[in-house]
Write a protein that binds this ligand. Structure first.
Ligand code: 6GU
Length: 273
């Protein structure tokens, strides 16, 4: 997979040299190109922003540097044999980034990211490239960052670990929380390793029992407990048919009850902790 990133802070993308993404690059699975947007400015101050038409606070990133940066990056990539670029535009007004979108992007041969600062990029730039390429505007969550660079790191890491040959084995993704079809989309429960006792804290007996059926059941119960606590919406979203008899018992203990519609809803509790 080829990745291009156009940014006014190339050094912000340094983490792409480290850890999992760094290894994917070293192995030749990922071909990363970071470009400095200011290379395509021609005034003394390397201006990339200007005041917004219609007034209002903040600044807007100018069309011309982005147009030249994207034309050049695209030409370089095509020349190197890349094809079918997808323009990924990080923006808090984009479509939510999910594991499903990560899986989808991991099948693309070429992603071109346009992290913006200020109030964003002049809309005409996105509209112009949308006539030629697939454009996906993506938000990584319901909060506002000062710029899209951190979002590029997040998206890249989520995508890179799905590429063939990056993680140890394909099995590794199957149980990911949020993996499509993962245990009814529950959050994963706690994990433990040696030593068997630490500061007076033991390992749950069942994990030492060697009884694989009991261990799987305990892990699922833990997953339900954690999901009920942190993401009850994930349980409410599941079809009731995803739950077996023991699941239903656990759900009842956790305060969920089946509705005629076929889903489980949490009974209102006296005090939400
Ligand atoms: Cl992709 N960019 C910015 N600036 N803020 C965000 C975001 C992206 N996703 C959530 N908040």
């Amino acid at each position: 997979m080829r990745l291009d990133v156009v940014t006014i802070f190339p050094e912000y993308l340094e983490p792409l040299n480290v850890s999992l993404v760094g290894k994917a690059r070293a192995r030749g699975v990922l071909d990363v190109h970071v470009h400095d947007l200011r290379e395509w400015t021609y005034d003394r101050h390397n201006t990339v922003d200007d005041t917004p038409y219609g007034g209002g606070p903040g600044m807007v990133m100018k069309t011309e540097p982005w147009g030249e940066a994207l034309d050049t990056s695209l030409a370089d990539g095509y020349e190197a044999g890349a094809h079918s670029p997808v323009l990924v535009v990080p923006t808090p007004s984009g479509r939510p980034f999910t594991q499903e979108l990560a899986v989808e992007l991991s099948t693309e041969p070429w992603l071109l990211f346009t992290p913006a600062r200020y109030e964003g990029i002049d809309r005409r730039v996105i509209d112009e490239y949308a006539t030629r390429l697939r454009v996906v505007e993506v938000s990584i969550g319901d909060y506002v960052l000062a710029g899209g660079e951190a979002a590029v790191l997040v998206i890249t890491e989520a995508v890179a670990r799905l590429l063939p040959g990056v993680l140890g084995n394909a099995e590794s993704h199957r149980d990911d929380s949020f993996a499509p079809g993962a245990m009814a989309n529950l959050l994963e429960g706690p994990v433990f390793t040696k030593p068997p006792e630490w500061r007076g804290r033991a390992i749950p007996d069942v994990l030492l029992s060697g009884h694989h059926g009991k261990i799987a059941r305990w892990r699922r119960d833990q997953a339900f407990a954690r999901t009920a606590l942190n993401r009850p919406d994930l349980i409410e979203r599941c079809e009731a048919s995803a739950f077996d008899k023991k699941d239903r018992e656990i759900l009842s203990i956790l305060g969920f009850a089946p509705e005629p519609g076929g889903r489980f809803w949490r009974r209102p509790t006296a005090v939400e902790e």
